[in-house]
Design a binder for this molecule. Structure first.
Ligand SMILES: *Cc1c(COP(=O)(O)O)cnc(C)c1O
Length: 396
């Protein structure tokens, strides 16, 4: 099929409003479309290609694994799965790992673990899961029920029972948390899809305290914030908390589909053989990509670099805000998860950036632009981005 007919007569269900370009190749911070046009990609496949596109180390290890073993099921021990679990546990405050294939599945696993722990280990009636307004936790029935956004619920009633949404960063709302009904709180430390909203550190501390007092699991959804995105390997490190459960996906496999749910020893008791599973979860290819990704981040000492680049990006954006106060209202975010609040609809700016400057950026709600460069981006790339972005603002 020719390019235009492919884009006009797609056999795909219309679950996404896709932009009219076909991406056929990627390397580092750049992608190319079918016509050969090069784009600076500051979306990283939505915080997924954290090492840039087709990173050498991960590529080589995947090649080796493709030659060796693709799949064998979880009825047997898989060395790369054990290795990835071990690495994640060494690099975090958690003790046990469960692997799946996506972010939604990681949150499903967390929700199931919390409910089963309350039911089987604590033997209580508490099954409510509390999440927050403007949160995003996925698209399966349980995780869309967990998501605190009407537009994600629309048309899918009845939602799953037992999900409640509290206002984010609201101290008084914490009074509503009771261990009698609630078994877990699920929290994004920086709301990604909901507008790049960082949690207030004092509030997170208060939330942790309340959860401990009430015997409620504190579960952090680090599917977007994890794997170096916010300037530490995991965002919770910056908040001085130790959650009971953490979910990961996006950045963990450098683009290879993988999800993970990590838990403290005690919380992990919620699952026993037969209580949860996944055919593909922790598959040799996926966990090889995960191990190689973490090794590459540690070997290249990428976290401090990403933090520095995040500060650099924020500073140049603040300068741009001074030049264009009529277009840019606020810069927010953490590390390389950066939001720009715009006066105009964010989607118009995203479209102009792509069409006129060959620059790929994202929205996070109607008036927030989300910028997610790979962790190994450079100040040269950031300068190129800001120059192009300035031209877009100038032409508004
Ligand atoms: C992307 C995302 C999810 C869902 O992940 P999928 O892999 O699309 O299922 C869940 N939570 C957060 C915070 C996310 O950013």
């Amino acid at each position: 099929m020719s390019k235009s007919s492919l884009l006009e007569h797609s056999a795909l269900m219309s679950t996404y409003g896709r932009f009219p370009i076909e991406i056929v190749k990627g390397k580092g911070s750049y992608v190319w479309d079918a016509a050969g046009t090069q784009y600076l990609d500051f979306t990283s496949g939505i915080a997924t290609c954290n090492l840039g596109h087709v990173p050498e180390g991960v590529k080589d290890k995947l090649h080796d694994q493709v030659e060796t073993l693709w799949h064998c099921s979880n009825l047997y021990h898989i060395p790369s799965q054990e290795q990835l679990a071990q690495k994640l546990i060494e690099l975090s405050c958690f003790d046990k790992a469960f692997f799946c294939n996506s972010g939604a599945e990681a949150n499903e696993a967390a929700i199931k673990l919390a409910r089963r722990y309350a039911n089987k280990v604590k033997k209580t009636e508490a099954f409510n899961i509390v999440t927050f307004q403007h949160s995003f936790h996925g698209r399966t029935m349980a995780t869309l029920s967990a998501t605190g956004q009407e537009k994600i619920h629309d048309g899918f009633d009845p939602l799953l029972k037992g999900f409640h949404y509290l206002p984010y960063n609201d101290f008084t709302a914490l009074d509503q948390l009771s261990g009698k009904q609630t078994c877990a709180v699920l929290l994004e430390l920086v709301q990604g899809e909901g507008g790049v909203n960082p949690a207030d550190p004092e509030w997170v501390k208060a939330l942790e305290k309340k959860c401990h007092a009430e015997g409620i699991f504190l579960m952090v959804d680090e599917i977007q914030t994890g794997v170096g995105r916010t300037g530490t390997l995991f965002a919770y490190e910056q908040y001085g908390i130790e959650p009971d459960v953490m979910t990961l996906a996006k950045g963990l496999g450098s683009g290879f589909p993988i999800g993970a749910m990590l838990a403290k020893e005690e919380a992990a008791k919620g699952f026993t053989p037969g209580s949860h599973g996944s055919t593909f979860g922790g598959n040799p290819l996926a966990t090889t990509a995960g191990v190689a990704t973490l090794e590459a981040i540690v070997e290249a000492d990428l976290i401090p670099h990403a933090k520095e680049m995040g500060t650099y990006l924020k500073n140049v954006l603040e300068k741009l805000k001074e030049t264009y106060p009529e277009h840019i209202l606020e810069i927010k975010g953490k590390g390389l998860l950066v939001g720009v609040v715009t006066a105009q609809p964010a989607i118009d700016i995203v479209n102009k950036a792509r069409e006129e400057q060959h620059l790929l950026i994202l929205t996070a709600g109607p008036q927030v632009i989300r910028i997610l460069p790979p962790l190994n981006t450079t100040s040269i790339e950031i300068d190129a981005f800001v120059q192009a972005f300035a031209k877009v603002l100038q032409s508004l």
